[in-house]
Design a protein around this ligand. Sequence first.
Ligand SMILES: Cc1cc2nc3c(=O)[nH]c(=O)nc-3n(C[C@H](O)[C@H](O)[C@H](O)COP(=O)(O)OP(=O)(O)OC[C@H]3O[C@@H](n4cnc5c(N)ncnc54)[C@H](O)[C@@H]3O)c2cc1C
Length: 439
Amino acid sequence: MSKLLTIIGGGLAGCEAAWQAAKQGVSVKLYEMRPNRMSEAHKTDMLAELVCSNSLRSKDVSTGPGLLKAELEAADSLIMAAAKESEVQAGSALAVDRNIFSAYIENLILQNPLITVVREETESLPDKIAVLATGPLTSQPMTQSIQAAIGAEHLHFYDAIAPIIDAESIDSSKVFLASRYGKGGDDYVNCPMTKEEYDKFYDALMEADTVAAREFENIKVFEGCMPVEVMAKRGRDTLRFGPLKPVGLPDPKTGKTPYAVIQLRTENREKTAYNMVGFQTRLKWPEQKRVFSMIPGLENAEFMRFGSIHRNTYINSPLHINSDLTMKNRPNIYVAGQISGVEGYIESTAMGLIAGTNAARRLNGLEPILPPRTTAHGSLVHHITASDPKHFEPSNINFGLLPADEETLRIRDKKKRREKMAERALKDWTEFVACKMKG
Ligand SMILES: Cc1cc2nc3c(=O)[nH]c(=O)nc-3n(C[C@H](O)[C@H](O)[C@H](O)COP(=O)(O)OP(=O)(O)OC[C@H]3O[C@@H](n4cnc5c(N)ncnc54)[C@H](O)[C@@H]3O)c2cc1C
């Protein structure tokens, strides 16, 4: 078998995959369609362009992004090396100068004797061993080729995601557990509102600042993913007949039906994280924090993920991707980056690292290696391959995805508990990296 790996897409995931594969002695052809064909959001012809914010989020290892970055760094990630080289001051976050960042990556890729960059669009899934890393804005012909391989209904385009809240930051004295009409036990956390509270919240929501829709995102939003602020504009009471409807949810403290109720649905079995039902939104992140913290019980809510709506081409990965990141019905294709069902720059990079490593190992005649479940990488792989496909949503990395065991659950202080989980993750990751290099 020739040791040539095709990588489609020179974004964050594709560049990381190329770097990791070359480190394993494999030759790489990296296909990038820009500048011949531009995506709707990219502005340059540079490899690994950051399409929006210049932040790679927190550096603190007791946060999901901090831990994931520490793991990437320990695995000699190209993207992390570039981030360190181009860092600008941003408090506890790792922010970068986007031009220096992309230039650093492009230089190292171009200088690598094993990597050839081909500036061409790839229009269909190849038959040879390849990494698909075409990102959330995958070009149209490739989108059709993926649809043909997995079925149109399993490739999603618009991401309407609601915020996720850390369970421990919810004020339990103000909320109650119940399901509407008592169907389904205590599945939901319910935040009841009086008329006065609802009116204040509604006014704040109406005045809040939203992220400008990009031209390509000016889609006619269908009801199922309508932003909460757009729905609210239809009338003061619309939300009370929609996601905030109180019927069937009497407050056990008063025995009465509240004026409005916000429901929070658990995100994981451990019930450490909750999703705000119906709260997909285009509000700016600080505005989400400000306005949603007005909801009773959420005054000190810690947002593990904020809501958003944008074009996002991604595969329903639990149905179609194996744990080594190969496609189930096209096992020569490794899926990496945002299209694999993760969300975010560093998460996309992480899936590039795993896909590039495993594709190269295959070409070298070696078994795939799977990151331990206890690590941030392992938790992302678990999320995209083992979630319920019926309710699958892309996720960024957060501690809600990491498994807590008895030892860590005994630690009551959240920060200390996460530090312990991070310590365990980094230990397991170090062993994984050593084994990855050995073959
Ligand atoms: C508008 C928008 C804003 C975002 N903002 C943020 C943010 O602020 N922070 C954050 O963490 N995440 C953000 N994301 C999410 C995501 O993390 C980034 O999109 C990230 O760049 C994904 O990495 P990737 O490598 O999977 O894809 P990309 O970085 O997009 O790379 C994919 C590459 O493939 C190329 N390509 C596409 N189709 C083909 C083809 N057929 N042949 C050859 N090349 C092809 C593209 O030109 C591109 O260079 C945003 C996403 C979008 C769409």
